[in-house]
Structure formats: structure tokens, C-alpha cells
Write a new protein. Structure first.
Length: 367
């Protein structure tokens, strides 16, 4: 007996993905984080989770707010060690979180036979040291250097110095395979099979005002300098900043004056009502208004910015064809969603204001 074919509409209803119905949004902020128990000075307990608000989530774990995880109800207080953020969707963050929690089961962290190319076992085994901070940081380094996460615009923020020391000791050993490390920074696993993380994966140590997220201050914190701004969980600095919203307003002014823009690569018209179909140059410190279809930009980046253009479907970075400024593909796509979201909010605000004025006018006429 033949099985009946599945109805496509039924399959679409079963999925929780927002990509099929065209309503996907780029989350303003969603991060995976690593906690360490400070119950005792020698505590090795850790916890991995994900959240759109690290500060609030840490307060939940420490019992200051409700809805904390059951696993962290003991061994308090907890200290946040680091966060990984920049995920294009909550689903991508949850996949990263799961692989970080269970590296021995993740298909992204497998050893492969050099001759056959077949998987021959996990990189990380499930042993007594699997929950140590050193192991967790080694795992996150491996994830950041493996596909597909190495192709995402991810960033690492360290909140205390110890995990940063471990992270960079791993990075140096992967690059040189022979750097001598201190016992404190020694990774638990052999890392000879790992590759270096991509240059796009930035890492920042932020210790000044670290009590906002860590609930503690270290004696050695004064020895480090703050190398980056506070985490912007609303992403307003990017979405409403000059590189995204400011440049779009300039383009919008030209459009209102009747100027016609075409893709500067294929010379075809651009549909400015569909912000997910075109990208703008967002090179820092430049006033470039280069506009091109996303597909055209991807082809340009892959052709001119890679020694193996046929290896990937989408690029990770490239240079602007006009100003030669450095561009990240993840930021271009993120800016597309930011423009779309900004226009939607502005339209809703204008309609709300218009309705309010109309109600006020009707009330005056009635009186």
C-alpha cells in the first residue's frame, strides 16, 4: 500500500520556522553564555544557556528574579564568564547552545579520517572533566572554527580575565602548535585537530562596570582596560546608527527628489519596497552610498574575495566595489532586516498618530 503524499500546507503548519512565511526577523540580540559556580574557590561546576538579556538572566540564575533554571538553583552564586552573540536567528543560537552543552553528540564536532573523509568519532569525549571551564572554552573555540558557525557573524565577549586567558592559549596553540601555556590556561583536550577561528570572530574583554553582568569584581580587573562598549541588547546603536539608518535616509531623500537608482553591478532596477532584496555599503568612516542586489553583492564577494569561490554559496566578507571599504556579509544582511523593521515601526507610529489626530478632530466637531 502506497503512502499518501504529504500536503505542503500541512508541512508548513507543523514547522516553527519563520522563513517559510516570509516573517523572519533578525533578533536584536540573542546570546549563548557560560556560567561558573562561585560556591567555593575550587568549584568546577558550569552551566551553559542562551538568552536575549544576559544581565536579567544572571539575576534569575542567582535567585534575585523568578524563573531561573532548576540546574542553577544550587551551587550559587553564579558568575557569567563569557557570551557569544550575533546569531541571525534564535534557532541558530539554540543549535549552538545544544552543541556547546553536548559536544560528544554534536555532528559539528567530529573527527574525520584523512583518507576516507568519514567520521570516526567525537572530538570531545564525555568524561569527568566535561563540565570544567577549560573544557567548555575549548568546545566553544571548536564550534567557532567549524562550519556553519564559522560562517556566521559571531562575536565573543569575555566578562572576566580567566576564560580569556584560556581562550587565547588555545588560539595560540592552534596557530603555532607548540606554545607553552601556564597550568591555569591549559586546555583539557588535545586540540591538534582544531582549526583557527575566522578573523571575523571578534573577541572583547570588558571588565569596567563588569558588576552589571558578573555580580562581582576581581582584584585584577584594574590591570585590564575596557576595550569595547557595553552589550547593546536592543541593537539600537546599530539599527538606528549612521551606518545603517543614516545612509538609508540619504537614499530615501534622493528617491523623493526623483533620482533613480540601479544596481551598479547588473544595471537592473532595484525594488526599494523590498529591503531584503538589496544591500547598502556600511563601511565605517565612509560616505559611500553604493547600492546593489544581495545576489550581485554575494557574487562579487565570492569572485573577488575568495581563493576558492565555488566552495561556499554565500560569502562571509568582501570589499565595497565603489569605495573599497571592508564589508561583512552578516552585517549587510542584518542591516537589511534593520531597515525593514525600522520602516515598519515608523509606518505604524505615523498611522497611530494620524488616527489620534483624526479622533481629536472628530471629537471637536462633535462638541
Amino acid at each position: 500500500m502506497l503512502e499518501e503524499e504529504s500536503d505542503p500546507s500541512t508541512l508548513q503548519k507543523k514547522t516553527r520556522s519563520t522563513l517559510l512565511d516570509g516573517n523572519h526577523v533578525f533578533p536584536p540580540f540573542y546570546a549563548c553564555y557560560l556560567l561558573r559556580s562561585k560556591e567555593t574557590a575550587r568549584s568546577k561546576r558550569t552551566y551553559i544557556g542562551s538568552t536575549p538579556d544576559p544581565q536579567r538572566r544572571l539575576r534569575q540564575h542567582n535567585g534575585e528574579l523568578k524563573q531561573g533554571a532548576w540546574a542553577t538553583s544550587r551551587h550559587r552564586p553564579w558568575e557569567m564568564q563569557m557570551v557569544v552573540y550575533g546569531f541571525p536567528s534564535k534557532l541558530a543560537a539554540l543549535q549552538f547552545e545544544w552543541a556547546w552543552q553536548k559536544p560528544e553528540l554534536s555532528r559539528h564536532l567530529r573527527q574525520y579520517d584523512s583518507q576516507t573523509g568519514e567520521a570516526c568519532g567525537p572530538i570531545f569525549s564525555k568524561d569527568s572533566r566535561r563540565n570544567w571551564v577549560e573544557r567548555k572554552i575549548c568546545v566553544v573555540y571548536a564550534l567557532l572554527s567549524s562550519v556553519p558557525f564559522s560562517r556566521l557573524p559571531l562575536h565573543v565577549r569575555f566578562l572576566v580575565p580567566d576564560p580569556m586567558d584560556i581562550f587565547y592559549s588555545i588560539h595560540m596553540e592552534v596557530q603555532t602548535l607548540g606554545v607553552r601555556r601556564s597550568s591555569q590556561a591549559k586546555p583539557i583536550n588535545s586540540i591538534s585537530m582544531l582549526q583557527a577561528i575566522p578573523l571575523l570572530t571578534t573577541s572583547i574583554l570588558r571588565l569596567r562596570n563588569s558588576s552589571e553582568i558578573c555580580n562581582t569584581k576581581h582584584e585584577s580587573a584594574a590591570e585590564f582596560e575596557d576595550q569595547g562598549p557595553a552589550l547593546d541588547v536592543t541593537d539600537e546603536g546599530f539599527r538606528r546608527g549612521p551606518e545603517v539608518w543614516g545612509r538609508w535616509l540619504k537614499v530615501a531623500d534622493y528617491l523623493k527628489s526623483g533620482q533613480i537608482f540601479q544596481c551598479k553591478r547588473c544595471d537592473l532596477p532595484i525594488d526599494f519596497s523590498d529591503h531584503l532584496s538589496f544591500g547598502l555599503c556600511h563601511a565605517a568612516g565612509a560616505s559611500c552610498l553604493y547600492i546593489g542586489h544581495l545576489t550581485c553583492l554575494a557574487e562579487h564577494f565570492l569572485h573577488y574575495g575568495s581563493h576558492t569561490p565555488n566552495r561556499f554559496i554565500l560569502p562571509s566578507e568582501g570589499t565595497c566595489p565603489e569605495c573599497q571599504g571592508h564589508l561583512e556579509w552578516g552585517r549587510i544582511v542584518r542591516a537589511c532586516y534593520a531597515r525593514k523593521d525600522g520602516i515598519t515601526k515608523e509606518t505604524a507610529h505615523k498611522n497611530k498618530t494620524k488616527r489620534g489626530k483624526q479622533k481629536q478632530t472628530n471629537r471637536i466637531e462633535y462638541e
